[in-house]
Write a protein that binds this ligand. Sequence first.
Ligand code: SF4
Ligand code: SF4
Length: 82
Amino acid sequence: MALVINEEECVSCSVCADECPNDAISRGEDSFVIDPNLCTECADIQNQHRCVEACPVDCIRTSLSQKKESGGLYQKFLRSLS
Ligand code: SF4
Ligand code: SF4
């Protein structure tokens, strides 16, 4: 998983989806959801996630397990450029 949206807190405002450069966020059944295969954790900017910054209710969380996959994230970022 990449970043995770807390479905109970999400108010489905779609602001995060508009901010994501990789179209990784879409409307799910009960809340908006992040596609871990598309999310690069905004690897092009340092220490910032556009969706997290934009969310008005602060319901997007980073996944600790994802921190171990930084090499994989960089590869995803490179793929997102092509
Ligand atoms: S961290 Fe960046 S790439 Fe990942 S879902 Fe949020 S805005 Fe999109
Ligand atoms: S910005 Fe936050 S509240 Fe709005 S859709 Fe995205 S996760 Fe849900």
